[in-house]
Ligand binder design. Structure first.
Ligand SMILES: C[S@@+](CC[C@H](N)C(=O)[O-])C[C@H]1O[C@@H](n2cnc3c(N)ncnc32)[C@H](O)[C@@H]1O
Length: 259
């Protein structure tokens, strides 16, 4: 049986392809989030769900709460382990969280660590887990791409290609919006450039995969959250805090209803 795309895409090569998604950007994002809603009340831990290499967790350490990172990718968790800070790291699937009911002050889904499992029904399993582990009054911070903008930019059917060379690796990315399936697909082709000293984390034969991320409407995300007792309480459109409709991100904050 073949691996799901997200098991291939988030290997040890991933931080090299997304070098611009770095600590400085993570810091900017973490400065914004507490202006939107409290990260933790009563000292409950904060979970970075799909924490990747831990770039947010490193800056999340705080005297008043503990940071937990969960990710499926063993190589990215290895990188997270090398960072300073006392965060706890767990390898696991975001659809089955090994955490107690109502035990967390916040859950973060940052830089599009969401929408990987198909459309609404398939992603609702993960949102159900987020709601289960959040304490009443806690918050889910979802940092997604601005789906309206992507739908507008990509139209339907056409493909857009970008080629670049990073650290001895040739990267060809072809993106298209597949309206019928409600997702954006990105074909990624990675190859080592012969004679280069770089691309250490890439297999000799290179790597090919297709990322598939759901394109939702805001109403759909709100409804998905709402069915799990999560109500939108704040939003921004960029890490610099642009209004929701004016940025390239949908940074949405949902409060867990008090029961
Ligand atoms: C786009 S990256 C974002 C990483 C991190 N939040 C950041 O901003 O750098 C998405 C992350 O989700 C993780 N992931 C994908 N599918 C997952 C799953 N089913 N369960 C847990 N983590 C998953 C990937 O391994 C990857 O680290």
């Amino acid at each position: 049986m073949s691996d799901s795309w997200y098991e291939v895409a988030f290997g040890s090569h991933y931080p090299e392809i997304y070098g611009h998604r770095n600590e400085a950007e993570a810091k900017l994002c973490l400065e914004l989030l507490p202006t939107l809603a409290p990260l933790s009340e009563n000292g409950l831990p904060v979970l970075d769900l799909g924490c990747g290499d831990g770039r947010h967790l490193e800056n999340l350490q705080n005297d008043s709460f503990h940071g937990i990172g969960l990710d499926l990718s063993a190589p990215l968790l290895d990188l997270a382990r090398k960072r300073p800070g006392p965060a706890s790291l767990i390898r696991g699937d975001m659809r089955h969280l090994p955490l107690a009911n109502h035990s967390l002050g916040s859950v973060f889904s940052l830089f599009t660590a969401f929408g990987y499992f198909g459309r609404l029904q398939e992603n609702s399993v993960m949102v159900q887990e987020v709601s289960r582990v959040l304490a009443p009054g806690g918050h889910w911070f979802l940092d997604y791409f601005n789906c309206d903008r992507v739908r507008h930019e990509l139209g339907s059917g056409e493909s857009f290609q970008r080629k670049r060379i990073v650290q001895g690796m040739s990267i060809v990315e072809t993106r298209r919006y597949i309206e019928a399936q409600g997702l954006v697909a990105k074909d990624v082709q990675l190859e080592k450039i012969s004679g280069s000293e770089g691309a250490l984390n890439l297999p000799n034969e290179g790597l090919r995969y297709t990322e598939q991320v759901a394109v939702f409407s805001l109403e759909e995300i709100d409804e998905l959250a709402g069915t799990q007792g999560l109500v939108r309480v704040a939003a921004a459109g960029s890490y610099a805090g642009a209004p929701l409709a004016e940025g390239d991100r949908w940074i949405l904050v949902y409060g867990r209803k008090k029961v």
